[in-house]
Design a protein around this ligand. Structure first.
Ligand SMILES: [Zn+2]
Ligand SMILES: [Zn+2]
Length: 346
């Protein structure tokens, strides 16, 4: 038996449980988890909401999907990984045979499963097992704690790549959680001349200020659209990256981007957003697109180069470190919006 953070019942809360060691399938690798971070997705299980009900492979289960560790054992069909390799979790488990998987778009596989979401075994444990395709080998010089956040970093890398930021661009990033703050730093790295960041929580705005790449605005106290227009002589931002998932932020994105500007959506809104396509997408020729997860594996090669060369400060959002036993304290911090990246060291 191993100690893990997970669920035994469909009720709110988080538990430290004893569970059988994960079984190793022929396509799987067994990993000794060294660092594993809480993601917003994990909160669905903390509250046990409709999402948790939809993505429930059975109970008891182990949560967690953002991690870094060492491969200690491989299944008989595993070819690219070996014991001793340091790996980071990709999270997405593609089917490898649908039309999207076969045309280089594994990240939007038609039969996608998500490790630690659709699987019984996640990463909040000393050991976990996952398919070879879902574990990405990383250089030993990347510390475990950094390796554990390459998955959310990859979302930001994917978003900034999609946004095609050009040298000098005026960029707005809505949302100052870990992915937002990574995106703000990456926008700077890509050549943005000015970055405006927004959020509703001062705690998260301060993470953005700590990263030091622009002006952070609390949208509950001041109007970000007015500020962007003031700074751009009424023209608007070249690029807006929307990470918060708030319907109001999507509206602000449309109002603050310039004619012909680009909006990249990353945050998932719980309710549909009404968009005036005629006035924004047609008459202003605003380009709006979304991204999900990381390109497999283009984004990973970029993220690894960013981490190895320390091109941005990945540690700036990592605010707390806990033992597995402190699950409740760790989850309640994230739930209250009083933590950035919270990492367990199993
Ligand atoms: Zn996640
Ligand atoms: Zn597929």
């Amino acid at each position: 038996m191993v100690k893990a953070i997970g669920k035994t019942k469909k009720t709110p809360g988080i538990e430290v449980i004893d569970i059988e060691e994960p079984a190793l399938g022929p396509e799987d690798v067994l990993v000794r988890v060294k660092a594993t971070a809480i993601c917003g997705t994990d909160l669905h299980y903390y509250h046990w909401d409709a999402y948790a009900e939809r993505h429930n492979p059975g109970l008891p289960r182990v949560l967690g999907h953002e991690f870094c560790g060492d491969v200690i054992k491989i299944g008989e069909n595993v070819k690219t990984l070996h014991p001793g390799d340091r790996v980071s979790g990709e999270t997405h488990i593609p089917c490898k045979s649908c039309i999207f998987c076969r045309t280089g778009k594994m990240h939007i596989c038609k039969d996608m499963k998500i490790f630690g979401v659709d699987t019984i075994y996640g990463s909040f444990a000393p050991y976990t097992a996952l398919p070879e395709v879902t574990a990405v080998k990383i250089p030993d010089e990347i510390p475990y704690e950094v390796g554990a956040v390459l998955e959310p970093l990859g979302v930001a890398v994917h978003a900034v790549s999609e946004a095609q930021i050009r040298p000098g661009d005026f960029v707005v990033v809505m949302g100052c959680g870990p992915i937002g703050v990574y995106a703000q730093q990456l926008a700077k790295l890509a050549g943005a001349s000015k970055i405006i960041s927004t959020d509703v929580k001062d705690y998260r705005l301060n993470l953005s200020r700590k990263a030091g790449v622009g002006e952070a605005i609390n949208v509950l106290r001041s109007d970000p659209v007015a500020r962007v227009m003031e700074l751009t002589n009424g023209v608007g931002a070249d690029v807006v990256i929307e990470v918060s998932g708030a319907n109001s932020a999507i509206k602000q994105a449309l109002d603050s981007v310039k004619r012909t500007g680009r909006i990249v959506l990353v945050g998932t809104a719980h309710k549909p957003t009404e968009v005036d396509t005629t006035n924004y997408l047609i008459y202003k020729e605003i380009k709006m697109s979304g991204i999900t997860g990381r390109l497999m594996f283009d984004t990973w090669y970029q993220s690894i180069k960013i981490a190895v060369n320390k091109l941005i400060d990945l540690g700036v959002v990592t605010t707390h470190r806990f033992e597995l036993d402190d699950a409740e304290e760790a989850f309640s911090l994230i739930d209250k919006g009083e933590g950035g990246k919270v990492v367990f060291l199993p």
